[in-house]
Design a binder for this molecule. Structure first.
Ligand code: PBG
Length: 332
């Protein structure tokens, strides 16, 4: 029988792993606070910071409290926030017309945060789901999500969000032609420098449950989103989506959910010379926290490992509800 040195030709992979210092020297990927985007939920009213049952540790903030959260995020070094609103049910309708309200919750929050914390980036989403009375991301007519009518609305919403001060407009509804239409509308209104973060590969996933509760669409949503979000079985389709988004003028691409789709992150990163973001969605957060609460997972290690894996896959930034916690861990 050959000795191990004969088998490996004297190569011992474990040599570099012996010490903490040597592991640090050969480490290929590291996470920094610069990689974090914090998604926050907004509610109407004031003085509200309400915990969400399915997202332990995550609160929904009224605008004044969102400003405080933004200050905290900025002090922690988090580069940007993404906002998601929970508006009164009576303001929701079939076309999601409240998305066009310049004084709507998202726009109020953008203005207030930009005033108090001008140097934090604000990402706002034009998707219609928080504004429709059926919880779908587009205009619903006779059971069908109407693509072009939705695109027209969200392009107008993008301009209104840019006027409120949003730095990056994101689109999470997977309508065809949306990125180009948003670019045209922004440029037409003089917002040539407002960026577009496209949810390029957004999958029809089971991992969005807690988010839907947070924005109040869980009860109303009938059916699923498979006619517009991507089939979890497909990867090449994500490349075609990315090709379109890049040609239409996207500044950044996103993959959502995150962890089950690391291969998509890696493929987009390899194929396109573009910033690629990952969205560690609500169900991923809830899954980790459930494991922690049961005592099955070590909280800090589990969270940080997921972050490292996003970086290894090629993500430039990660949207995660853990952002403030991670920023605190990184600053220790
Ligand atoms: C919809 C939207 C979703 C999320 C953000 N915007 C998914 C959905 O409701 O279908 C999910 C975010 C999360 O789960 O954390 N435009």
């Amino acid at each position: 029988m050959r000795s191990v040195d004969e088998i490996t030709g004297n190569c011992r992979m474990r040599r570099n792993r012996r010490f903490d210092w040597s592991r640090r020297l050969v480490r290929e990927n590291t996470l920094s606070v610069d990689d974090l985007i914090w998604p926050i939920f907004l509610s109407e009213g004031s003085g509200i910071s309400e915990p969400l049952a399915t997202l332990p540790g995550v609160n929904r903030y009224s605008v004044d409290k969102a400003v405080e959260a933004a200050k905290r995020a900025f002090d922690l070094g988090i580069p940007a926030l993404a906002t998601f609103p929970n508006i009164a049910m009576k303001k929701r309708d079939i076309t999601g017309s409240a998305v066009l309200d310049p004084d709507g919750l998202i726009n109020q929050a953008t203005r207030a945060i930009k005033k108090a914390v001008p140097d934090i980036g604000i990402i706002t989403d034009v998707a219609l789901d928080p504004f429709t009375n059926h919880g779908h991301d587009g205009v619903l007519r006779e059971g069908i999500i109407i693509n072009d009518e939705t695109v027209e609305l969200i392009a107008r919403a993008a301009v209104i969000q840019a006027e409120a001060g949003a730095d990056i407009i994101s689109c999470s509804e997977m309508m065809d032609g949306r990125v180009g239409a948003i670019r045209d509308a922004l440029n037409g209104a003089g917002f040539n420098d407002t960026a577009i973060l496209s949810y390029t590969a957004k999958y029809a996933s089971a991992f969005y449950g807690p988010y839907r509760e947070a924005v109040g669409t869980d009860q109303m949503l009938k059916g699923d989103k498979r006619t517009y979000f991507m089939d979890p079985a497909n990867a090449e389709e994500a490349l075609r989506e990315a090709m379109l988004d890049v040609n239409e003028g996207a500044d950044m691409l996103m993959v959502k959910p995150g962890m089950p789709y690391l291969d998509i992150i890696a493929r987009l990163k390899n194929e396109f010379a573009m910033p690629v973001f990952a969205y560690q969605v609500s169900g991923e957060y809830a899954m980790i926290m459930a494991g922690v609460e049961k005592g099955f997972l070590e909280e800090e290690r589990a969270i940080m490992e997921t972050m490292t894996c996003f970086k290894r896959a090629g993500a430039d930034a990660i949207l995660t509800y853990f952002a403030p916690k991670i920023a605190e861990i990184l600053s220790k």
